[in-house]
Design a binder for this molecule. Structure first.
Ligand code: BTN
Length: 244
């Protein structure tokens, strides 16, 4: 069972960058959490940034030392996304996971996850999942496509410390399933929560938009789409994008 050591910073460039640096020291234990009120250079996946207004949302990163086979890397995405969906359930909010690991309410994004791994040979020895959850922000910069916050959904201000506790508890529970190698049920749960699963979607590959049925995500984290010609095609993250 993971035990947490929460380090609360008022300001940092990025909780992921900070924790990645810190974790080079192998004495820094699994369960170290960097939580910050304000990130000056919050990072999203790929080349994206993560913008979050100071003091209103959850932005945190957790140090894990999972010793997981590299080919099982996608289970890290799965357990964190499921943990977030479970927290939202506690607020009676039904969320889905937009491949690979955005948390959605309807067609709006409430949380994003950035996972950075360190490998030695074929093992993931260090993993740093960074989570940005929109909690009390009511106004978002115009550049963001479709953000939503917990507060907008519930029409009240949410106790940030309470959400943080719920999130850390939920992550602990899901991580213990991963540590117990309960890969299959976790994978099934991930797929059952998949945004627009079984629906006809539009997806973009190299600038070209096509449509097809979002079938499922395989254990390697590839999105499987049934094309209009009834062929199944797999995409790794970065190769294809779901168009909303
Ligand atoms: C995405 O949706 O593209 C991923 C966003 C991840 C944002 C979080 S906020 C805490 C942690 N620190 C960062 O710099 N990024 C992640």
């Amino acid at each position: 069972m993971i035990t947490y050591n929460v380090i609360h910073l008022q300001q940092v460039n990025s909780t992921n960058t900070y924790l990645k640096e810190l974790s080079r020291d192998t004495r820094i234990k699994e369960g170290t959490v960097i939580l910050s009120d304000w990130q000056t250079e919050g990072k999203g996946r790929g080349d994206n940034t993560w913008l979050s207004e100071a003091g209103l949302n959850l932005t945190l990163s957790i140090l894990l030392r999972p010793s997981l086979d590299a080919n099982r890397h996608f289970f890290l995405n799965e357990f964190i996304s499921i943990a977030l969906v479970d927290v939202l359930k506690e607020y009676d909010i039904s969320a889905t996971i937009k491949w690979p690991n955005d948390v959605y309410i309807g067609d709006k994004k409430i949380a994003g996850i950035l996972i950075e791994n360190v490998l030695i040979a074929d093992k993931i020895v260090t993993s740093i999942p960074g989570i940005g959850l929109n909690v009390n922000q009511l106004v978002f910069p115009p550049g963001l496509v479709n953000p939503i916050s917990l507060s907008q959904l519930l029409n009240r201000t949410i106790d940030l410390a309470e959400v943080r506790e719920k999130l850390l508890r939920s992550i602990r529970e899901q991580y213990s399933c991963l540590s117990a190698c309960e890969y299959k049920p976790m994978h099934e749960e991930y797929n059952s929560l998949l945004y627009r699963r079984g629906e006809n979607i539009r997806y973009k590959v190299g600038g070209k938009i096509s449509s097809g049925v979002l079938t499922e995500v395989n254990e390697e984290g590839e999105l499987i789409i049934r094309t209009e010609n009834n062929r199944y095609v797999n995409f790794l993250f970065g190769e294809a994008q779901i168009v909303i």
